[in-house]
Design a protein around this ligand. Sequence first.
Ligand code: GUN
Ligand code: ZN
Length: 448
Amino acid sequence: MNDILIRGRVLTFVAEPKGIDDTSSYRYIEDGAVLVRGGKVAALGSYIEISREAGANLSVVDHRPNLILPGFIDTHLHFPQTQAIASYGAQLLEWLNTYIFVEEQKFARAAHAAEVADRFMDELLSNGTTTAVAYCSVHPESVDAYFAAAEARGMCVIGGKVMMDRNAPDELRDTPQRGYDETKQLIGKWHGRGRARYAISPRFAITSTPEQMDMSRALVAEHPDCYVQTHLSENRDEITFATSLYPEAKDYTDIYARYGLLNDRMLLGHCIHMSDREVGALCETGAVAVFCPTSNLFLGSGLFDAARFDKLGGRWSVATDVGAGTSFSMLETMDEAYKVLHLQGQRLTPLNSFYRMTRGNALALGLERSIGSLEAGADADIVILDSRAKSAMEYRMHTVTSLAEELFILQTMGDDRCIAEVYVGGRPMKAKVRKENASKAPRTLETA
Ligand code: GUN
Ligand code: ZN
């Protein structure tokens, strides 16, 4: 494969920005270039410098005046909920029972799982997301479909089958032994195959018996290099129900702690209604709280308190949480994140938002050496951002005087229209996604 020289305004973070104008937190090169060789970033610098270094067999792609950033990373979403986004009117437990546990039953059919997985990956790519951490359904077929669709596109993804053996319809329940056996088999098949990584996924304390939690403990002990993902303290009724099922636990967090699940490879979705003790327990173990702003607003769950985690040195990441989340776009997600924190008197700076979507989320996954950065040696997962993609944005851009201001406009007004291109392992993907999905006709509506 030829080397590719991607030219444009390059932005990559090297540290967490400590303020609105912390220029030491990033590298920005106005006429910059990323040299891609064999799917990886071979060099990063000014166009003049890099084009001199590059070999003869070179294709140049000129993206000026667009921005070049590392591909976005989404640390929590549900692939079987792709067609259940925007389900009306319910809070968490009612929403799960009314819509989600109905939708997820369809994934017993491998053909359905494969179709949705393809569409799911394309939707991520259209939105500039090149790495995702997703829950699959309880069916192993859904996990095969998920990883196969990612592998076909060369994407780095993390995921796993949800384990759930109570408080769900018969069709969605496994047993402690089956959940263990199927998870074990799927880890053997997918974990470390190419860019795939497995996440052991007890859905949440409400849908797992103590026996299944014991099995989760065994899986985590036997596979310490796998991720672990679950949900924690999203909704007040959920907390009351979960703690009633585990009366011996001090609080909701302690349920997972008692089963040995808290570690620095654990991702806990939501973490909204927590005591100081619980936040402290996450901090001590390095477990990551996952902030899902569009979901938390949509389900009326509550406001994630990022400052509290920052103050105690806790780790947190950001995510869409599709299908309770209302968009695949990390730009739209950060727009809502800004508002959720603003409501609590906290300020998420534009630099911090773009750091979070890239290097910050990579650090949360311990993958900062390969993704979330454009430094030499990183995988060439790249997003090209057009800050003038909508007419109102183009007009607003006339008055822009700084990079931070431009980033804030992208996050506040932007969506998938701002993704001019996305590269996975150095391969351009956006045009391909658009063409393949254009031919798929929508279903006609029934008239009631
Ligand atoms: N808690 C348990 N399962 C889910 C889910 O699918 N979505 C959300 N938002 N919360 C959950
Ligand atoms: Zn979730």
